[in-house]
Design a protein around this ligand. Sequence first.
Ligand SMILES: Cc1cc2nc3c(=O)[nH]c(=O)nc-3n(C[C@H](O)[C@H](O)[C@H](O)COP(=O)(O)O)c2cc1C
Length: 208
Amino acid sequence: MDFYEAIDRRRTIRDFQPAVLEEETVERILSAGLKAPTNDHMRDWHFMVVDDQAVVRTLLERIPKQITENDMNALLRDWNLNDGCQQNCYRDAVPKQYRMLADASLVVIPLLKQKTDIMHPDNLSQLNGFASIWCCIENIFLAATAERYACTLRIPLGNEAEWARKVLQFPQEYFMPCFIGIGKPSEQAKKIEQKQIDVKERIHRNIW
Ligand SMILES: Cc1cc2nc3c(=O)[nH]c(=O)nc-3n(C[C@H](O)[C@H](O)[C@H](O)COP(=O)(O)O)c2cc1C
């Protein structure tokens, strides 16, 4: 697939159909992740690949399975989500947080070695490892797209990350930035309209 086609086709998908992802495909996708730029040249990243359904269910146990209409409205209000396009996204995404990962062919948890307290950095450089793993994550998304699969993503809330560590037993010095689901979009998979932005309005040549 052409590079710009992969960029255009990559969309966050939250509705998956049953599908098997071959081991070689998973390896190609995660190898693309390992080619991403990295702050310290080390790429000290690991990937938990979870496709055993019993483990997936336990891993996702702490993620809320549904949300009431009242709670959704409160969330939109409390998070100041006033844009209609953005509200459409959250109204679709929030109720699917559990199912999207449970229905994906597999869940990948990228891990980075984090030597300092990521929640209280002393300077920007201490976040370089975190920034680098997001480059890795985007490579994974684009590679999965090029392989004609799709990805979904969740930031762990509350104690979800600690629970994941307990279930999967990854070491204390490794930090998980997110859950990734990879799978085949279902026939009716929803693609939330992206906000259309004219690049010319965002480019500032020489002076703002
Ligand atoms: C840093 C980051 C955090 C995100 N967190 C979540 C999340 O917790 N749950 C979710 O369903 N999607 C999450 N997303 C996906 C976004 O909702 C999605 O990328 C955005 O709405 C744009 O849609 P698109 O990816 O289809 O272009 C996240 C994306 C990024 C980059």
